[in-house]
Design a protein around this ligand. Structure first.
Ligand code: GDP
Ligand code: MG
Length: 162
């Protein structure tokens, strides 16, 4: 099995840290060359069971200059040919306009959206449970996965669930 996964989330939630962690696992390769017109390949995870191509999707993030319908079109375009979305948030911070902006762009997608609650090393059990409840009410996620990309805690579950 193989598939394309878009990694989305506002700046500083830990997207690069998560990808770096996945790259360190057994058979993952980084590609700085391979590009599609809409998405950049961050890494390709390969094991006995599956191949997962992780993609950056610039069109889905808050633009510095383009606004409105332009943006919706860009978000729509960057989610074409994608099999699943990994939506990362910083669990130790309150949800802000940057998180909601990305989530809003995901509202129209037909593919499963996985919520990754990152930075659990900075959270209590209660805070993690509270985040899960809060986001569960906002969107119909395929799965909610708490992780620490920094320590690697539960990162395996991300690949497993995908
Ligand atoms: P990106 O902008 O989404 O790619 O975020 P980065 O991967 O660059 O991470 C932003 C900052 O958050 C960096 O200082 C990371 O070291 C830190 N960070 C990322 N993941 C974690 C985590 O799980 N726990 C903690 N404590 N810090 C993290
Ligand atoms: Mg980054």
């Amino acid at each position: 099995k193989s598939g394309f996964v878009a990694v989305v989330g506002r700046p500083n939630v830990g997207k690069s840290t998560l990808i770096n962690h996945i790259i360190k696992q057994k058979v993952s390769i980084v590609s700085d060359k391979a590009q599609t017109t809409r998405n950049r390949i961050l890494c390709i995870h390969t094991d006995e069971e599956c191949q997962i191509v992780f993609l950056d999707t610039p069109g889905i993030h808050k633009p510095h200059h383009k606004l409105g319908e332009f943006m919706d079109e860009a978000a729509y375009q960057s989610l074409q040919d994608i099999d699943a979305v990994l939506f990362l948030i910083s669990g130790n911070e309150k949800k802000g306009p940057g998180d909601l902006f990305v989530l809003d762009k995901l509202k129209g997608t037909k593919v499963p959206v996985f919520l990754v609650i990152n930075k659990t090393d900075l959270m209590s059990r209660e805070e993690i449970l509270h985040k899960i409840t809060e986001y569960n009410a906002l969107f119909d996620f395929a799965q909610i996965i708490p992780i620490s990309a920094l320590t690697g805690d539960n990162v395996d579950a991300v690949v497993d669930e995908l």
